[in-house]
Design a protein around this ligand. Structure first.
Ligand code: HEC
Length: 211
């Protein structure tokens, strides 16, 4: 009995150390040298939709973000991402095109690791289930107006949608507040680095193929 006790103790300690090394230290050691782009670097490339947003909702945009430039864009997408998290949009939407089941035909090019190497993707929002479509290639898929109408009342543009209305993103005159504009800026940012099937990286302009 005495000998078993010692064996269990040694096994337990070794297993703990192994687990600590593999799951605690290894990720830190291997990820340490991976460059992580800052939000400012990511926001250096402002998609056309953000300038368009300033024209679509001039008064509201001016009040929320001032003029459209990399600084206001950084502020908008960070706020949009925070709202996306706090409103649990991730509960119904994934942000990852998997290399299976012809997902690329439905959503666009398969996701690549370098797309997630930036502060905007920490924590990553891969998601776990898809009640709604994947959103990592949402940029440019819909107009700003569509996105705004959809947030206020999804059924107005997608009749059978089960997505909730986010009326609290709007004021009493049904005009978009900074929350609606931030979420739309964020949605139009998701995948703005992809063009004509060519994936670059957040912060770099979309390269695109010929035509
Ligand atoms: C209860 C699940 C649910 C939640 C929560 C949810 N959605 Fe959706 N969403 C859906 C469904 C279902 C659709 C597909 C039908 C439609 O277009 O409304 C959808 C569609 C969308 C689309 C359109 C995608 C496209 O181009 O076809 C966007 C953008 C979107 N959601 C954003 C959001 C945002 C932002 C939030 C959080 C503020 C959110 N969703 C929360 C279920 C959800």
């Amino acid at each position: 009995m005495e000998r078993f006790g010692v064996t269990f103790l040694v096994t337990g300690v070794v297993t703990f150390l192994l687990g600590f090394f593999l799951q605690g230290l290894m990720p830190v050691l291997t990820m340490r040298k991976v460059p992580i782009r800052t939000v400012q670097e990511v926001a250096a490339s402002v998609p056309a939709e953000f300038y368009q947003l300033a024209e679509d909702y001039p008064v509201e945009f001016q009040k929320s973000f001032g003029t459209p430039d990399p600084t206001s864009f950084a502020k908008a997408i960070q706020q949009g991402r925070d709202i996306y998290i706090s409103e649990a949009c991730w509960h119904c939407h994934s942000q990852f095109v998997r290399p299976v089941a012809n997902e690329n035909l439905r959503f666009g090019p398969v996701s690549q690791p370098n797309e997630y190497q930036n502060e905007m993707m920490l924590p990553h929002l891969f998601g776990t289930r898809r009640v709604g479509p994947d959103l990592i290639r949402e940029s440019g898929k819909r107009s700003n107006d569509w996105q705004v109408a959809h947030l206020y009342d999804p059924r107005s543009v997608a009749p059978y949608s089960v997505m909730p209305s986010y009326t609290w993103f709007f004021d009493k005159d049904k005009r978009p507040t900074d929350r609606a504009l931030a979420v739309v800026a964020y949605l139009q940012w998701l995948g703005s680095w992809v063009k004509d099937g060519v994936v670059t990286e957040p912060g770099l302009p979309a390269a695109g193929g010929q035509g």
